[in-house]
Design a protein around this ligand. Structure first.
Ligand code: NCD
Ligand code: ZN
Length: 351
């Protein structure tokens, strides 16, 4: 059926998980998110993380200054939790709309997480406060221990950290970010979506670990949580194709300089802002589920965050769209996801 669809009109989407970085990278990448999305949740894991209100305010204004094309774009800021975070800071940040949420990175789980949390019990007073004021907790859900296999970290996190946490704080609003496994899909589907939802990236929907390792190892597909087996990819695709309210768009666009991707230690992260929305369209089309595209891209996120659904619409048409090959940053470059490839959907009349 959907192969006959040539035009889709949906409420303007939001991206609920974005890394914009800072300085020249910020100035060069922000327009790609601004083109496709009205609002974006901005991750706080800068080299110098956003750990308090004044850093949040300053970073937000740097983002707005870098956005020339789309003055409607709204960055929604998040606070990076450390074992020094005090509840009062979050209360002030949330009630004054400086922060929309706070982010929990397990210690050494991903890019810039060396000041992440070692023991979740260090956050008890912070989580009590967040539960009381209704401030969402965004989680990088991987259990970090040298004896836990990297492919099992997400499932182990649910068992060892998330499930006990939810029993202790049943009214805490939680987003399990960038889920990658069938265990996460199953666990989340059982929950009340007002209290536990999840974002899903385009790359985890489109790819599995074979794509990364077969025919040569591709560092540009290295991200965290790492790409999983095909059966997990299928579970994610099925989850979104049913229009389930628990799941919404969070691209995890995460730019890194080429020299840091192609290095003895490659940085984790995929810069997908130029292609993310049109990649999701491709997946929904393949799943014959375009009728659920709008709920995933534009409705389920705002419902979880108790925010209005965008009123303006975008029109997506069946027309080839070539993804840019690279972005120049000083003497270096950033290569986007699907660099130079052609997708068969475009935004109408714009690019
Ligand atoms: C992200 C980054 O580079 O900041 N990397 C990634 O692989 N996803 C951090 C994160 O979300 O884990
Ligand atoms: Zn991320």
């Amino acid at each position: 059926m959907s192969k006959f669809i040539k035009k889709i009109i949906i409420k303007k989407p939001d991206d609920w998980h974005v890394h914009l970085r800072d300085n020249e990278v910020l100035r060069k990448v922000v327009k790609y998110t601004g083109k496709f999305y009205k609002r974006a949740v901005i991750m706080p894991n800068l080299d110098n993380p956003i750990t308090n209100c004044s850093k949040g305010i300053a970073y937000r204004s740097r983002i707005l200054k870098s956005m020339h094309l789309n003055y409607q774009f709204q960055p929604l800021m998040t606070c990076y939790l450390t074992n020094l975070t005090i509840p009062k800071e979050l209360e002030i940040g949330f009630s004054n709309k400086i922060f929309i949420a706070a982010k929990f990175y397990p210690n050494y789980s991903t890019t810039n997480s060396k000041t992440g949390i070692k023991k979740i019990s260090d956050l008890t007073s912070v989580l009590e406060c967040m539960e009381k004021i209704g401030m969402p907790l965004l989680i990088h859900g991987e259990e970090m221990h040298k004896n836990i296999d990297i492919y099992d970290r997400e499932a182990k996190f649910i068992e060892k950290t998330l499930d006990p946490l939810r029993k202790k704080f049943p009214k805490l609003k939680i987003v399990l970010e960038h889920i990658t496994t069938k265990e996460s899909v199953e666990y989340i589907k059982k929950s009340d979506f007002n209290y536990l939802s999840a974002t899903i990236t385009p790359h985890h929907l489109m790819l599995n670990r074979n794509d990364m390792f077969c025919g040569g190892m591709k560092p540009y597909l290295y991200c965290l949580p790492v790409l999983k087996k095909n059966t997990h990819q299928m579970a994610l695709r099925k989850a979104i194709s049913k229009g389930d309210k628990h799941f919404f768009l969070g691209s995890d666009t995460a730019p890194h300089l080429h020299k840091n991707k192609i290095n003895l230690l490659s940085c984790a992260g995929i810069f997908n802002a130029p292609s993310s929305l049109l990649s999701y369209v491709k997946v929904f089309e393949e799943m014959n589920a375009l009728k659920h595209l709008q709920s995933f891209c534009s409705e389920n996120g705002p419902k979880f965050y108790n925010m209005p659904i965008n009123q303006e619409t975008i029109t997506i048409v069946k027309k080839p769209f070539k993804i840019i090959e690279k972005i120049n940053i000083g003497k270096d470059i950033i290569i986007p996801f699907l660099s130079g490839e052609t997708l068969n959907w475009s935004l109408e009349n714009k690019y």
